[in-house]
Ligand binder design. Structure first.
Ligand code: CP
Ligand code: NVA
Length: 309
């Protein structure tokens, strides 16, 4: 069918390309406001089947800053929301647009869209992965540590909480870049089988620990995400199981001095992170939120602009 380049997971970039994106994000951040019209004349559709603040606005602003024209579509307003198949929606939109950013449910849904859409597609979050967020997270660390592969490879990164799209994204990033990854989560919260197998195939390694304090020991980066993701039902039982994995002072004390705390936001205070811990680390978390813009511009340069690969 089509042979265009997509960014549906971290694995769509080689390790070198990921470092290119990090370097380029720093340049785009420093040069913000300068002239860059690499998407001039391009109409980029943004089809969202879930709510969004950061992803929506940072991509819209990013497209505008690169000279392109964003067209936001909520599935509620499209015939897609009334049952028109994804493959028909993709075949129609492909006639109008030059690229698309999709936020949806199953990974299969974005893959189907990408198969029928004859232009490049970027993942703006699925149930399985959030690749734009994870590149931003590692860029935020890269920026603070002022370093490249040698520094990233020697980090200990610990994720606390639910085995969701953010946990899976850390697993994929670890397989792509290689660093020590520990996932602190309750018993019975394993990583999705397909995600695990894809990581293993690429030589990825991670540890799942049920002991949050030993997991936190000497961590360079600690991170978490909401306990209940979009599209999931609020299950009291699930929240109760996750509650002990809250990032609190005890976790911070056991991590390295100068530990970096990341959160993709939105945050649920006193659920996945204690309010005082969150507020103490919030300057970095809001820098991380800003970085979505710079990193996604670097990703869009690679994916939507066939002259820069
Ligand atoms: N982190 C993130 O993707 O936020 P939004 O859901 O607001 O886009
Ligand atoms: N895991 C969360 C991330 C939100 C940015 C969700 O999917 O709702």
């Amino acid at each position: 069918m089509n042979h265009v380049r997509n960014f549906l997971s971290v694995y769509d970039f080689t390790k070198d390309e990921i470092y290119d994106v990090l370097l380029r994000s720093a340049v785009l951040k420093a040069e913000r406001g300068g002239k860059n019209a690499c998407l001039e004349g391009k109409k980029i559709g943004m089809l969202f089947e879930k709510s969004s603040t950061r992803t929506r606005v940072s991509f819209e602003v990013g497209i505008a800053e690169l000279g392109g024209y964003p067209i936001f579509m909520s599935s509620r307003d499209l015939q897609l929301g009334r049952g028109e198949p994804v493959k028909d929606t993709a075949r129609v939109l492909s006639r109008y647009l030059d690229g698309a950013i999709i936020r949806t449910f199953e990974q299969e849904r974005i893959e189907t869209f990408a198969r029928y859409f004859e232009k490049p597609v970027i993942n703006g979050l699925t149930d399985l992965y959030h690749p734009a967020q994870i590149l931003t997270d590692i860029f935020t660390v890269y920026e603070i540590k002022n370093g490249g592969a040698d520094i990233i490879e020697n980090l200990k990164i610990v994720y606390f909480g639910d085995a969701n799209n953010m946990a899976n994204s850390w697993v994929s990033l670890q397989a792509a870049l290689g660093f020590e990854l520990v996932l602190a989560m309750p018993e019975g919260f394993g990583i999705d089988k397909a995600v695990r197998m894809e990581s293993e195939k690429r030589g990825g390694k991670f540890i799942i620990s049920g002991d949050k304090i030993s997991a936190a020991k000497n961590a360079d980066v600690i991170t978490t995400d909401v306990f209940i993701s979009m599209g999931q039902d609020e299950e009291k039982e699930k929240i109760d199981k996750l509650r002990p994995f809250i990032i609190d002072d005890n976790v911070v004390k056991n991590a390295k001095d100068g530990v970096i705390f990341l959160h993709c936001l939105p945050v649920h205070r006193n659920e996945e992170v204690a309010e005082d811990v969150f507020e103490r680390f919030s300057p970095v978390v809001f820098e991380e939120a800003e970085n979505r813009l710079h990193v996604q511009k670097a990703v869009m340069e690679k994916i939507f602009n066939k002259n820069i690969r």
